[in-house]
Design a protein. Structure first.
Length: 301
């Protein structure tokens, strides 16, 4: 059985609590400003073949905030809710829909279509928000240039994938979001509005968990920056707002980070964040990377 709960456009701010637990549920939201305190889709331990979905489509001043779990993030089946944001109604207008996640979410899939925007924000306790998803899709044009935007702000993103790693796509989205040194974090793709406030000190770092886990002094668990998620393992891409030079993504620039960057300084090849290319994303570990990392030495975020 498929349940459909449609939220029409309503002027003003509407606060909702929604619970759907029969088969595959669809929550459709179009237009208006809505704050969802809770959206419970499916039930803990429910059927694994559920295909619960939240679809946010364009409408004038469409602005949706989720302040609680969408679905049951800690269910044994987990990650059954897919969230799609589409500006199809607004693709020729400036007021594209924005979805804000102000709570840590565990999703099956997060998809940004056309020129939609998704943003992470801190929760009611002022904690950072983490989005963990099995799949992430960001719309691109015919030239493979992103048209939508995922703003991680000062939060975290973990993509726990099956099969081939999507790291190449994720890195391309981050580089597109960064844009260039003169217009840092003003592009489309994956950006950080928090890093944009001081792009010489803060950035978006990324790595395969299998690469950086041996370099982190905090194991995955309750005290780890990315949270206590069983789904974070070796086949996970970690993305976070952090200091320029925090190579192992533990939130601190220390001797471990300095050693990695120094070991790859001016070495031939194409390098990524986990190798020491921590500024400009140009594939080279050079003087700007060294200088900015040194400036952050001993600091934590």
């Amino acid at each position: 059985m498929r349940n459909r709960y449609c939220v029409p456009r309503i002027l003003g701010v509407e606060k909702h609590e929604v619970e759907l637990d029969g088969g595959s549920d669809i929550l459709g939201i179009s237009g208006g400003t809505f704050v969802f305190e809770a959206v419970a889709m499916g039930a803990p331990g429910g059927p694994e073949n559920d295909n619960d979905a939240i679809n946010v489509t364009g409408g004038t001043d469409s602005n949706v905030t989720f302040k609680g779990d969408v679905g049951y993030a800690n269910a044994t089946t987990g990650r059954r809710v897919s969230v799609t944001v589409d500006d199809a109604v607004l693709r020729d207008m400036d007021d594209n829909p924005t979805v804000t996640f102000a709570a840590t979410e565990n999703l099956k899939r997060l998809e940004l279509q056309n020129s939609a925007t998704v943003r992470l924000d801190r929760n009611a306790n002022n904690d950072h928000t983490t989005i963990i998803a099995s799949q992430l899709a960001i719309a691109e044009d015919e030239n493979n240039v992103p048209t939508a935007r995922l703003d991680i702000n000062d939060g975290f993103l973990a993509i726990n994938y099956d099969g081939d790693s999507p790291l190449e796509d994720v890195v391309a989205w981050i580089k597109s979001g960064f844009k260039d040194v003169e217009h840092a974090w003003d592009g489309q793709g994956i950006i950080s509005s928090a890093a944009a406030l001081d792009p010489g000190a803060y950035a978006v770092g990324w790595a395969e968990a299998s690469v950086i886990q041996p370099l982190q002094y905090v194991p995955f668990g309750p005290d780890h920056p990315f949270g206590d998620f069983e789904d974070i393992d070796g086949t996970t891409i970690l993305v976070r707002y952090t200091l320029v030079g925090d190579i192992n993504l533990d939130g601190t620039v220390d001797d471990i980070d300095i050693s990695i960057l120094t070991g790859n300084y001016l070495s031939p090849g194409t390098w990524g964040w986990a190798d020491g290319d921590v500024f400009g994303y140009d594939g080279v570990v050079d003087d700007p990377d060294v200088g900015l990392q040194a400036g952050n030495y001993g600091m934590s975020v």
